[in-house]
Design a protein around this ligand. Structure first.
Ligand SMILES: NC(=O)c1ccc[n+]([C@@H]2O[C@H](COP(=O)([O-])OP(=O)(O)OC[C@H]3O[C@@H](n4cnc5c(N)ncnc54)[C@H](OP(=O)(O)O)[C@@H]3O)[C@@H](O)[C@H]2O)c1
Length: 250
Protein backbone atom coordinates (compact mmCIF):
# COMPACT_ATOMS: atom_id res chain seq x y z
CA UNK A 1 0.00 0.00 0.00
CA UNK A 2 1.66 3.27 -1.14
CA UNK A 3 1.32 6.21 1.26
CA UNK A 4 1.82 9.82 0.19
CA UNK A 5 2.61 12.12 3.11
CA UNK A 6 1.84 15.70 2.10
CA UNK A 7 3.94 18.00 4.28
CA UNK A 8 7.03 16.80 6.05
CA UNK A 9 7.65 19.09 9.02
CA UNK A 10 7.54 18.21 12.70
CA UNK A 11 4.55 15.86 12.44
CA UNK A 12 4.78 14.60 8.84
CA UNK A 13 8.54 14.14 9.24
CA UNK A 14 8.10 12.17 12.47
CA UNK A 15 5.53 9.89 10.82
CA UNK A 16 7.71 9.33 7.77
CA UNK A 17 10.80 8.55 9.85
CA UNK A 18 8.76 6.24 12.10
CA UNK A 19 7.25 4.39 9.14
CA UNK A 20 10.69 4.15 7.51
CA UNK A 21 12.06 2.58 10.72
CA UNK A 22 9.13 0.14 10.59
CA UNK A 23 10.43 -1.00 7.18
CA UNK A 24 7.95 0.88 5.01
CA UNK A 25 10.39 3.14 3.09
CA UNK A 26 9.64 1.58 -0.30
CA UNK A 27 5.95 2.45 0.15
CA UNK A 28 6.42 6.09 1.13
CA UNK A 29 6.13 9.18 -1.04
CA UNK A 30 6.80 12.50 0.66
CA UNK A 31 6.23 16.10 -0.38
CA UNK A 32 7.13 19.45 1.17
CA UNK A 33 7.15 23.11 0.15
CA UNK A 34 10.92 23.55 -0.04
CA UNK A 35 13.73 21.51 -1.54
CA UNK A 36 15.61 21.97 1.74
CA UNK A 37 13.05 19.88 3.63
CA UNK A 38 12.97 17.24 0.90
CA UNK A 39 16.80 16.99 0.98
CA UNK A 40 16.79 16.65 4.71
CA UNK A 41 14.23 13.82 4.69
CA UNK A 42 16.16 12.08 1.87
CA UNK A 43 19.29 12.29 3.96
CA UNK A 44 17.53 10.79 7.00
CA UNK A 45 15.65 8.14 4.99
CA UNK A 46 17.48 7.52 1.69
CA UNK A 47 15.00 4.94 0.30
CA UNK A 48 11.98 7.23 0.43
CA UNK A 49 10.56 8.74 -2.74
CA UNK A 50 10.52 12.54 -2.24
CA UNK A 51 9.00 15.04 -4.66
CA UNK A 52 7.83 18.66 -4.65
CA UNK A 53 4.60 17.88 -6.55
CA UNK A 54 1.61 17.10 -4.29
CA UNK A 55 -0.61 16.13 -7.20
CA UNK A 56 1.86 13.61 -8.58
CA UNK A 57 2.43 12.17 -5.09
CA UNK A 58 -1.32 11.75 -4.60
CA UNK A 59 -1.65 10.15 -8.04
CA UNK A 60 0.96 7.53 -7.20
CA UNK A 61 -0.43 6.65 -3.76
CA UNK A 62 -3.22 4.46 -2.36
CA UNK A 63 -3.39 6.47 0.86
CA UNK A 64 -2.86 10.23 1.19
CA UNK A 65 -1.88 11.60 4.62
CA UNK A 66 -2.26 15.35 4.97
CA UNK A 67 0.33 16.79 7.38
CA UNK A 68 0.39 20.47 6.42
CA UNK A 69 -0.59 23.31 8.75
CA UNK A 70 -4.37 23.51 9.27
CA UNK A 71 -4.77 26.72 7.24
CA UNK A 72 -3.20 25.01 4.18
CA UNK A 73 -5.52 21.99 4.12
CA UNK A 74 -8.14 23.58 1.87
CA UNK A 75 -5.55 24.75 -0.67
CA UNK A 76 -3.77 21.39 -0.78
CA UNK A 77 -7.06 19.51 -1.08
CA UNK A 78 -8.06 21.63 -4.08
CA UNK A 79 -4.66 20.90 -5.65
CA UNK A 80 -4.79 17.10 -5.24
CA UNK A 81 -8.56 16.59 -5.61
CA UNK A 82 -8.39 15.53 -9.30
CA UNK A 83 -6.12 12.62 -8.33
CA UNK A 84 -8.02 11.35 -5.30
CA UNK A 85 -10.61 9.04 -6.88
CA UNK A 86 -11.51 6.52 -4.18
CA UNK A 87 -8.14 6.71 -2.41
CA UNK A 88 -8.10 6.80 1.39
CA UNK A 89 -7.51 10.39 2.57
CA UNK A 90 -6.34 10.82 6.16
CA UNK A 91 -5.68 14.15 7.87
CA UNK A 92 -3.61 14.84 10.98
CA UNK A 93 -4.31 18.59 10.81
CA UNK A 94 -5.85 19.79 14.06
CA UNK A 95 -9.41 21.07 13.94
CA UNK A 96 -9.92 21.21 10.18
CA UNK A 97 -12.72 19.33 8.45
CA UNK A 98 -13.14 18.72 4.72
CA UNK A 99 -15.83 16.71 2.95
CA UNK A 100 -13.30 14.58 1.05
CA UNK A 101 -11.21 13.63 4.10
CA UNK A 102 -12.13 10.06 5.07
CA UNK A 103 -10.40 9.72 8.43
CA UNK A 104 -9.10 12.17 11.03
CA UNK A 105 -6.10 11.06 13.05
CA UNK A 106 -4.17 12.73 15.85
CA UNK A 107 -0.68 11.30 16.36
CA UNK A 108 2.23 12.89 18.21
CA UNK A 109 5.84 13.48 17.26
CA UNK A 110 7.08 10.44 19.21
CA UNK A 111 5.93 8.57 16.07
CA UNK A 112 9.52 9.02 14.90
CA UNK A 113 10.62 6.58 17.59
CA UNK A 114 7.66 4.20 17.35
CA UNK A 115 6.12 5.72 20.49
CA UNK A 116 3.21 7.84 19.28
CA UNK A 117 -0.12 7.81 21.10
CA UNK A 118 -2.46 8.21 18.15
CA UNK A 119 -6.21 8.78 18.13
CA UNK A 120 -8.18 7.81 15.04
CA UNK A 121 -11.74 9.06 14.73
CA UNK A 122 -14.44 6.42 14.20
CA UNK A 123 -15.17 6.16 10.48
CA UNK A 124 -15.70 3.36 7.92
CA UNK A 125 -11.96 3.23 7.15
CA UNK A 126 -10.72 3.85 10.69
CA UNK A 127 -9.36 0.30 11.13
CA UNK A 128 -7.15 0.48 8.03
CA UNK A 129 -5.88 3.88 9.19
CA UNK A 130 -5.29 2.61 12.74
CA UNK A 131 -3.28 -0.25 11.25
CA UNK A 132 -0.90 2.30 9.70
CA UNK A 133 -0.54 4.36 12.86
CA UNK A 134 -0.04 1.21 14.94
CA UNK A 135 3.30 0.86 13.10
CA UNK A 136 4.54 4.00 14.89
CA UNK A 137 3.17 3.49 18.39
CA UNK A 138 -0.10 2.82 20.15
CA UNK A 139 -3.37 3.73 18.49
CA UNK A 140 -6.97 4.07 19.68
CA UNK A 141 -10.09 4.42 17.59
CA UNK A 142 -12.38 6.87 19.43
CA UNK A 143 -15.68 8.69 18.75
CA UNK A 144 -15.45 12.24 17.42
CA UNK A 145 -16.32 13.68 20.85
CA UNK A 146 -13.02 12.38 22.27
CA UNK A 147 -10.69 13.53 19.48
CA UNK A 148 -9.94 16.96 20.98
CA UNK A 149 -9.41 15.47 24.43
CA UNK A 150 -7.06 12.94 22.85
CA UNK A 151 -5.16 15.73 21.13
CA UNK A 152 -4.76 17.61 24.42
CA UNK A 153 -3.51 14.53 26.28
CA UNK A 154 -1.24 13.17 23.56
CA UNK A 155 -0.39 15.66 20.78
CA UNK A 156 -0.06 18.58 23.22
CA UNK A 157 0.67 16.26 26.15
CA UNK A 158 4.26 15.83 24.99
CA UNK A 159 4.83 19.52 25.76
CA UNK A 160 3.25 19.22 29.22
CA UNK A 161 5.40 16.22 30.10
CA UNK A 162 8.46 18.21 28.94
CA UNK A 163 7.50 21.01 31.34
CA UNK A 164 7.32 18.54 34.22
CA UNK A 165 10.74 17.16 33.25
CA UNK A 166 12.16 20.68 33.03
CA UNK A 167 10.83 21.46 36.49
CA UNK A 168 12.47 18.31 37.88
CA UNK A 169 15.71 19.27 36.16
CA UNK A 170 15.66 22.76 37.60
CA UNK A 171 15.03 21.36 41.07
CA UNK A 172 17.92 18.94 40.56
CA UNK A 173 20.25 21.74 39.49
CA UNK A 174 19.25 23.82 42.50
CA UNK A 175 20.14 20.86 44.71
CA UNK A 176 23.58 20.51 43.11
CA UNK A 177 23.44 18.39 39.93
CA UNK A 178 24.81 19.61 36.59
CA UNK A 179 21.98 20.17 34.07
CA UNK A 180 22.83 17.17 31.86
CA UNK A 181 22.98 14.89 34.88
CA UNK A 182 19.71 16.34 36.21
CA UNK A 183 18.10 15.70 32.81
CA UNK A 184 19.27 12.08 32.69
CA UNK A 185 18.10 11.50 36.28
CA UNK A 186 14.67 13.07 35.63
CA UNK A 187 14.22 11.05 32.41
CA UNK A 188 15.22 7.74 33.99
CA UNK A 189 12.94 8.41 36.96
CA UNK A 190 10.04 9.05 34.60
CA UNK A 191 10.94 5.95 32.58
CA UNK A 192 11.02 3.92 35.81
CA UNK A 193 7.63 5.27 36.90
CA UNK A 194 6.13 4.37 33.51
CA UNK A 195 7.62 0.85 33.61
CA UNK A 196 6.20 0.40 37.12
CA UNK A 197 2.69 1.24 35.94
CA UNK A 198 3.03 -0.78 32.72
CA UNK A 199 4.37 -3.90 34.43
CA UNK A 200 2.09 -3.89 37.48
CA UNK A 201 -1.07 -2.27 36.12
CA UNK A 202 -1.21 -0.28 39.36
CA UNK A 203 -3.18 2.95 39.72
CA UNK A 204 -0.65 5.83 40.13
CA UNK A 205 -1.89 6.46 43.66
CA UNK A 206 -1.20 2.82 44.64
CA UNK A 207 2.32 3.18 43.20
CA UNK A 208 2.73 6.36 45.27
CA UNK A 209 1.86 4.38 48.42
CA UNK A 210 4.79 2.07 47.65
CA UNK A 211 7.31 4.93 47.91
CA UNK A 212 5.66 6.91 50.68
CA UNK A 213 6.69 6.20 54.27
CA UNK A 214 4.33 7.64 56.88
CA UNK A 215 6.02 10.67 58.39
CA UNK A 216 8.78 10.38 55.75
CA UNK A 217 10.17 12.74 53.13
CA UNK A 218 8.17 11.67 50.05
CA UNK A 219 4.88 12.72 51.63
CA UNK A 220 6.36 16.13 52.43
CA UNK A 221 7.07 16.70 48.72
CA UNK A 222 3.68 15.30 47.68
CA UNK A 223 1.87 17.62 50.08
CA UNK A 224 3.86 20.58 48.76
CA UNK A 225 2.58 19.68 45.26
CA UNK A 226 -0.96 19.62 46.64
CA UNK A 227 -0.50 22.99 48.40
CA UNK A 228 0.63 24.37 45.01
CA UNK A 229 -2.47 22.84 43.36
CA UNK A 230 -0.40 20.68 41.00
CA UNK A 231 -3.26 18.27 40.23
CA UNK A 232 -5.63 21.10 39.54
CA UNK A 233 -3.05 22.89 37.38
CA UNK A 234 -2.63 19.82 35.14
CA UNK A 235 -6.38 19.32 34.78
CA UNK A 236 -6.86 23.01 34.01
CA UNK A 237 -4.00 22.89 31.51
CA UNK A 238 -5.74 20.13 29.52
CA UNK A 239 -9.17 21.79 29.72
CA UNK A 240 -7.82 25.24 28.80
CA UNK A 241 -6.79 23.86 25.40
CA UNK A 242 -10.22 22.29 24.95
CA UNK A 243 -11.87 25.67 25.64
CA UNK A 244 -9.70 27.31 22.98
CA UNK A 245 -10.62 24.65 20.42
CA UNK A 246 -14.34 25.30 21.13
CA UNK A 247 -13.91 29.08 20.76
CA UNK A 248 -12.03 28.64 17.45
CA UNK A 249 -14.73 26.39 16.02
CA UNK A 250 -17.60 28.74 16.93
N1 LIG B 1 3.63 19.18 15.63
C1 LIG B 1 2.85 18.35 16.35
O1 LIG B 1 3.18 17.93 17.47
C2 LIG B 1 1.52 17.89 15.76
C3 LIG B 1 0.81 16.85 16.41
C4 LIG B 1 -0.39 16.42 15.84
C5 LIG B 1 -0.87 17.00 14.68
N2 LIG B 1 -0.18 18.00 14.09
C6 LIG B 1 -0.69 18.59 12.84
O2 LIG B 1 0.26 18.36 11.83
C7 LIG B 1 0.18 19.42 10.88
C8 LIG B 1 1.58 19.92 10.57
O3 LIG B 1 2.13 20.49 11.75
P1 LIG B 1 3.71 20.57 11.92
O4 LIG B 1 3.95 20.94 13.32
O5 LIG B 1 4.35 19.34 11.37
O6 LIG B 1 4.02 21.81 10.95
P2 LIG B 1 5.39 22.16 10.22
O7 LIG B 1 6.54 21.64 11.03
O8 LIG B 1 5.33 23.60 9.86
O9 LIG B 1 5.34 21.29 8.88
C9 LIG B 1 4.49 21.59 7.80
C10 LIG B 1 5.06 20.95 6.56
O10 LIG B 1 4.19 21.26 5.48
C11 LIG B 1 4.98 21.57 4.35
N3 LIG B 1 4.20 22.38 3.43
C12 LIG B 1 3.86 23.68 3.51
N4 LIG B 1 3.12 24.03 2.45
C13 LIG B 1 3.00 22.92 1.68
C14 LIG B 1 2.38 22.63 0.45
N5 LIG B 1 1.67 23.56 -0.21
N6 LIG B 1 2.49 21.38 -0.06
C15 LIG B 1 3.19 20.41 0.60
N7 LIG B 1 3.80 20.63 1.78
C16 LIG B 1 3.71 21.86 2.30
C17 LIG B 1 6.16 22.30 4.92
O11 LIG B 1 7.22 22.27 3.98
P3 LIG B 1 8.62 23.07 4.24
O12 LIG B 1 9.27 22.34 5.39
O13 LIG B 1 9.35 22.87 2.98
O14 LIG B 1 8.24 24.46 4.55
C18 LIG B 1 6.45 21.48 6.16
O15 LIG B 1 7.27 20.39 5.84
C19 LIG B 1 -0.70 20.51 11.47
O16 LIG B 1 -1.93 20.55 10.78
C20 LIG B 1 -0.88 20.11 12.92
O17 LIG B 1 -2.17 20.43 13.40
C21 LIG B 1 1.02 18.45 14.59
Amino acid sequence: MKIAVIGCGNMGGALVKGWAKAGMSANLIVTARTQETLDSISKACPDINVMPDNRLAAAEADVVVLAVKPWLVQQVMEEIMPELGDKLVVSVAAGIRHERIDVYAMPNIAAEFGESMTFVEEAPQASVTAGLFAKVGQCRIVPQRLMDAGMMMSGCGIAYVMRFLRAMMEGGVEMGFYPDDAKQIAMQTMQGAISLLRETGLHPEAAIDKVTTPGGITIKGLNELDHAAFNSAVIRCLKAGLKKIKVNSE
